[in-house]
Design a protein around this ligand. Structure first.
Ligand code: FE
Ligand code: FE
Length: 248
């Protein structure tokens, strides 16, 4: 296909995007079936319904451009889903598999966010206000799904997988995090009085710092560089008119 203008490219990408949604409609039920975590399964099922609606909305847009919905297959999405399948088949631990399925689902969402973002911008540049509105709405839905998956991962799914993977190691890690946390709080609490004193008496702090610097310089150089206290070697004496030797 030879693409010579932005509008043709936009429609071709819209067809690719429709293929993305279509592939996801087929993949999400399988992913949801493999999941153990009830909230994660619920989130995937909810997104399946949303994805079907997104595919329908893209069909509507393509109809307006007189373009066939199934003209292109998105091979990047095909590869992402193939990898997700392969991983899910390799992981035997249920919590670990849930964490892996979240990772795969977020790969999909990030890919969709990238494509919807680009196409929304192109639609705006082409003056296609209606397309722009639809694409922006779907973009927001994809972002919401991604955020929901992040919350599920951070809210326990990944932690449960990590606990299953290394119970003893996790104990040590938890203890070291505790110790490091305590050490951090000691450093912070000892630094606080100094900071407060400086904030309360800024002029006194500057004067004290200057005095301390002067004292250190005096101690470092006293007796070491004061020429009047040094005895000059004999060859350096200048007898002058008085005939008395004096040191430079
Ligand atoms: Fe989608
Ligand atoms: Fe999505």
């Amino acid at each position: 296909m030879n693409v010579g203008d932005l509008r043709t490219m936009y429609v071709a990408e819209l067809q690719e995007l429709r293929s993305v949604e279509d592939q996801l409609v087929a993949a999400l039920p399988k992913m949801a079936q493999l999941v153990e975590h009830p909230q994660l399964r619920q989130a995937l099922k909810r997104h399946l319904a949303e994805t079907e609606s997104q595919r329908n909305r893209l069909d509507e847009l393509l109809k307006r451009h007189n373009a066939t919905p199934t003209a292109h297959e998105d091979s990047s999405m095909r590869a992402i889903i193939r990898e997700a399948d392969r991983w899910a088949g390799m992981v035997s631990d249920a919590d670990c598999r849930d964490a892996g399925i979240i990772a795969s689902a977020q790969r999909v969402e990030h890919y969709e966010i990238a494509v919807y973002g680009t196409l929304a911008t192109w639609a705006q540049q082409l003056g296609l206000a209606e397309d722009h509105g639809v694409l922006r709405t779907i973009l927001a839905e994809e972002k919401r799904t991604d955020a929901a998956l992040t919350r599920l991962a951070e809210g326990g799914v990944n932690r449960e997988a990590a606990e299953d993977a290394a119970p003893e190691g996790e104990g040590y890690m938890a203890r070291s995090r505790e110790v490091l946390g305590e050490a951090g709080s000691y450093v912070r609490s000892s630094a606080r009085p100094v900071t407060h004193t400086i904030e309360d008496f800024p002029v006194a702090a500057v004067v004290l710092a200057g005095a301390a610097g002067y004292l250190m310089a005096y101690l470092a150089h006293a007796g070491g560089t004061d020429r009047s206290r040094q005895r000059a070697p004999e060859y350096a004496w200048d007898t002058g008119y008085s005939g008395r030797p004096r040191a430079f």
